[in-house]
Design a protein around this ligand. Structure first.
Ligand SMILES: Cc1ncc(COP(=O)(O)O)c(C=O)c1O
Length: 378
């Protein structure tokens, strides 16, 4: 029988080649590998040996790249130093000076800054399209691809990937999808026809807020190109961080199941709570759940500072996806670099709070938020 997702996510590691078959994967905390002599080293260049120098590849970083590729049902994958470097190297896998990209306007703020400011240093131009607009109208003769997120940050808008990919293929454009919020547990954009899928593995893949990492998976020839950029730009991941992310990956399914369930219950309660003007939570992402990010807009009369100070175990932190529930303020953190008019167009206002729901007992999470809303209204 073919292994199902939960089985694959536990047994994705490559087979240990040495004599000692340790149960847990060792950490290859080394910058290089040694060879008996020059002929032995030459074997690496002939493709007969896997490792030479950690920036080029390492068993732990390969575990992560290939593990996520397995779960995304993609041909291959490469680990990177962060989600940001995953985005950059994925784009540079097929874009060069003079090319043009289209991106949805509601991407993560750091992604917006990378696409808007840094890519122009490479001579790559990006058009941002509001989710309600027809992005096909922005296609130019030099357009090479489209960049989208499966679930947007922070308003958790679910992209219609089937339509987007269909249209992109009609125009001969490549599609890069940031699947950080959905994870392969909920959605596998490669199976829908995306060419490259990236992750900030800092988030759900790592899952414990103790690692900064990224992954690019997709079609073999594009992953090869992305890997060449990772090597040349020095965007490789350290073996220890790759090892931590792999340990996280083994429990991805369990964590997501619980986090999605807690998030759905919290979203429902927040909808019925006085002082909460609007709850952003997707009605449907997949049969397995609707994600674990809930954003709420408090009433104008609520005091946001008091809300943030009201928690006991919920952490105030500019990140998401850890096992602990945390909250962040998109206006001042993830979307700080997004111009004000764009933030207004996207409804990212002064009373918007992004909640990353963890694995605690859902009753405690709900009680913390009800109390925080109550205090914000005092
Ligand atoms: C959707 C999304 N993509 C990419 C990134 C960037 O990831 P990293 O911080 O690992 O570079 C983030 C960070 O918050 C994110 O939320």
């Amino acid at each position: 029988m073919e292994p199902f997702f939960n089985t694959k996510s536990v047994h994705f590691l490559q087979k240990e080649k040495g004599e000692n078959q340790s149960k847990a994967r060792p950490i290859y905390q080394t910058s290089a590998f040694v060879f008996k002599d020059l002929a032995d080293m030459e074997q690496y260049f002939k493709g007969e040996k896997d490792y030479l120098y950690t920036r080029y590849g390492n068993p732990n970083t390969d575990d992560l790249g290939k593990g996520v590729a397995l779960l995304e049902c993609a041909e291959d994958g490469v680990a990177t130093s962060s989600g940001m470097s995953a985005i950059l190297c994925a784009i540079l896998a097929f874009c060069k000076t003079g090319d043009h990209l289209i991106a949805t306007m509601d991407v993560y703020g750091g992604t917006y800054a990378l696409l808007e400011k840094e890519l122009s240093l490479f001579g790559i131009e990006v058009s941002f399209v509001h989710p309600n607009e027809n992005w096909e109208a922005s296609i130019k003769s030099n357009t090479k691809g489209v960049f989208a997120e499966t679930i947007s940050n922070p308003l958790v808008r679910v992209e219609n990937l089937e339509d987007l990919i269909d249209a992109a293929k009609r125009h001969d454009l490549l599609v890069i999808v940031d699947n950080t919020f959905a994870t392969p547990y909920l959605l596998q954009p490669y199976t829908l026809g995306a060419d490259l899928v990236i992750h900030s593995a800092t988030k759900y893949i790592g899952g414990h807020s103790d690692v900064t990492a990224g992954v690019i998976v997709g079609r073999q020839e594009l992953v090869d190109q992305a890997r060449a950029r990772v090597i040349a730009l020095g965007s490789n991941l350290s073996p220890f961080e790759a090892w931590l992310a792999c340990r996280g990956l083994k429990t991805l399914a369990l964590r997501m199941e619980r986090q999605c369930q807690n998030a759905a219950e919290l979203a429902k309660t927040m909808q019925e709570t006085d002082g909460v003007k609007h709850v952003y939570y997707p009605p449907f992402v997949s049969e397995k759940g609707n994600g674990a990010i809930v954003s709420i807009e408090l009433d104008q009369k609520a005091n946001v500072e008091r809300f943030f100070s009201a928690f006991t175990f919920v952490k105030v932190a500019p990140t998401l996806a850890g096992v602990e529930t945390s909250i962040s303020y998109p206006l001042n953190t993830s979307h700080r670099s997004v111009p004000e008019e764009m933030r207004k167009a996207l409804n990212i206002g002064t009373h918007l709070i992004r909640i990353s729901v963890g694995i605690e007992d859902g009753r405690n999470i709900i009680a913390e938020f009800q109390e925080a809303v109550r205090k914000s209204l005092l």
